[in-house]
Design a protein around this ligand. Structure first.
Ligand code: PRP
Length: 210
């Protein structure tokens, strides 16, 4: 039987997922000692882990080249979904927020407003019923845009709030709670139901015990 393939978001979620799986006895030594390798095995479980950027996790799962994915709800909200979202892992917790330069009122005045964000769809849908806005897509360190005068505000994920604070910004509105989710390819859930359900049950047990 070919391995069950999981696309795992590199970085913060990778660390936490490995810790979760190890807590219930999965051998993640290949992931821990991966070097530059991107495809790793969890021996004895017939699982292959693929390390990818968050948006690519969704692409691989939607296209069926990975059976499951572990990815933040922020990326799911941005990219839409044609897959099943089956479990909230509870870690990787942060918030989507509208943030403005400290002391400013986003809604004051009649000028048109520009929002800088890595998440244009989330920003547009949040403001859809409220007001017209311009959205500028920024790839990273989005806090720079209001500092440089390119935007009135940002829509971004906030974890500790340190980045906002150290760059003279503050939360104006909270948009949504975000955490790591397990997603499953629609066909895989039918074709490999038992294996996937067993894995999800194990993950559920791990988050309950921790
Ligand atoms: C994210 C986010 C904020 C920061 C928030 O950026 O876009 O910049 O983390 O974290 P904090 O509230 O704990 O300070 P990330 O580190 O992913 O880097 P990027 O901005 O280059 O995408």
């Amino acid at each position: 039987m070919k391995p069950l393939r999981i696309a795992l978001t590199k970085g913060r979620l990778e660390e936490k997922t490995v810790a979760m799986l190890e807590s219930i006895g999965y051998d993640c030594s290949q992931i821990r000692n991966k070097g530059r390798k991107l495809v790793l095995c969890i021996p004895e479980k017939n699982i292959e882990v693929v390390l990818a950027k968050s948006a690519d996790v969704i692409t691989y799962v939607e296209n069926g080249v990975c059976d499951l994915g572990i990815v933040g709800k922020d990326t799911i909200m941005e990219m839409g979904k044609s897959f099943y979202e089956v479990l909230d892992l509870g870690f990787g917790r942060c918030r989507f927020a509208l943030a403005v330069p400290k002391g400013t009122n986003f809604y004051e005045g009649y000028h048109s407003r520009t929002i800088a964000t890595k998440y244009p769809n989330v920003a547009r849908s949040y403001f859809e019923s409220k007001m017209d806005i311009e959205v500028v897509k920024i790839e990273g360190s989005v806090e720079l845009a209001p500092i440089l005068g390119l935007a009135d505000a940002i829509v971004d994920i906030v974890e500790t709030g340190t980045t906002l604070k150290e760059n003279g910004l503050e939360i104006a509105e909270e948009i949504a709670q975000v955490s790591a989710r397990v997603i499953v390819n629609i066909a895989s859930l039918k074709l490999r139901k038992k294996e996937i359900e067993n894995l999800i049950d194990d993950m559920r047990r791990a988050i309950k015990e921790n």
